[in-house]
Design a protein around this ligand. Structure first.
Ligand code: PMV
Length: 358
């Protein structure tokens, strides 16, 4: 839908450095299962994070040899693997941005969170790259002049890099995938739910507990593809459709009790899908379960609406209203610290979305 053969330089201007910071996000209703090309089997809804972000600086120049070259730095280190992957991604989207073929790129990318934190750096990283490319288009071709056009295209392109990245180009809460409840929703790009967010959720906290700092054991690419043969898949996709609609209603009304039920069930269902795939796999650890048990006891005893969600790994995301931050900090130090590995605890919260830096 975005192919545009006109986006080619006739002559080269003086290029300026482009720099974007883009956040990661945590899914409340999970995307797990897709069809080509990067189309989700069900709608998903996430909170955008504030602190966990990727900052990407892009320097471009006219291509020196016949083919585009990319130098990629992750932090201070040059990273061959990322350079190769980015080149493959850029080649795959060159009909959207034909100018890619006319340029060489130096890309410097930094994550605000440790690699070992198990926070999805693909979402923030792909989103930052997509924003830089859209910014090249906007600056040198004078298209994408409205905010809506700009961020919708960025989300579309980010999705092609990593599905969940489609949700990282907006702040607050984001829906990606078609649902009859939201007429403008699309499988091709995310849609901001910021304006719909009830006050209760505007500063909602996400405190990430690092249970295991090791590398992911199963890539999400493999995980998604196992859903093609998972015997429970079709029911799961139906359940997620209902949950997506209901979580949006919850985000609008501020109904925290239902929020807890949906998000915890989604987290456990995601892992149930992994356990029931063939081959099956288990990404939660004994300490993940210890934390969940403690959390449930704590919620029952104190009445504090603390809940959890999980990504495709063992680390636990604690979700709660900002007003309980002090109590939750105490609860973590007294009851949960013993289950954690360095870096231990990362405090994050619902964020404002990506930002262009000078
Ligand atoms: O964007 P991917 O392909 O890395 O998939 C992300 C899958 C989950 O993080 C497990 C769920 C989600 O919706 O973010």
């Amino acid at each position: 839908m975005y192919d545009n053969s006109k986006l080619k330089f006739k002559e080269f201007p003086d290029f300026k450095e482009i720099k974007w910071k883009s956040p990661s996000n945590i899914a409340l209703v999970k995307y797990w299962g897709k069809r080509p090309v990067q189309i989700p089997m069900n709608p998903s809804v996430s909170f955008t994070l504030q602190e966990s972000a990727t900052t990407t600086k892009m320097n471009i120049r006219p291509v020196q040899d016949k083919e585009t070259r990319i130098n990629f730095y992750l932090g201070k280190e040059s990273n061959e693997l990322f350079a190769e992957k980015t080149l493959a991604f850029f080649n795959s989207i060159s009909s959207i941005f034909p100018f890619i073929k006319q340029l060489d790129f130096e890309i410097k990318s930094e994550n605000s969170f440790p690699h070992s934190a198990g926070i999805a750096s693909s979402a923030s990283g792909m989103s930052a790259l997509a924003l830089c490319l859209c910014d090249i288009e906007r600056t040198y071709f004078s298209t994408l002049q409205t905010e809506d056009e700009f961020f919708q295209k960025a989300s579309y392109v980010a999705r092609l890099g990593s599905g969940s990245a489609a949700r990282s180009t907006f702040g607050g809460a984001v829906l990606w995938g078609e649902t009859p409840y939201i007429p403008d929703s699309s499988d091709f790009y995310g849609l901001s739910l910021k304006e719909r967010l009830h006050t209760e959720f505007k500063n909602y906290q996400d405190t990430i507990l690092i249970v295991d700092a090791g590398q992911k054991k199963v890539s999400s690419r493999v995980g998604h593809s196992l859903m093609k043969t998972n015997p429970f898949a079709s029911h799961r996709f139906e359940q997620a459709k209902t949950n997506a609609e209901n979580i949006i209603k919850v985000l609008e009304t501020g109904d925290i009790d239902t929020f807890i039920k949906i998000t915890e069930s989604e987290a456990l269902t995601l892992h149930a899908m992994m356990m029931t795939s063939m081959p099956y796999f288990l990404l939660i650890k004994p300490n993940t379960l210890q934390i969940i048990e403690k959390l449930w006891e704590y919620r029952l005893e104190t009445g504090i609406p603390l809940s959890f969600t999980l990504d495709a790994g063992p680390n636990v995301h604690l979700l709660y209203p900002q007003q309980y931050k002090k109590e939750i900090k105490e609860f973590i130090s007294s009851e949960l610290k013993k289950y954690l590995q360095s870096p231990g605890v990362i405090y994050d919260y619902v964020g404002t979305g990506p930002e262009k830096l000078n």
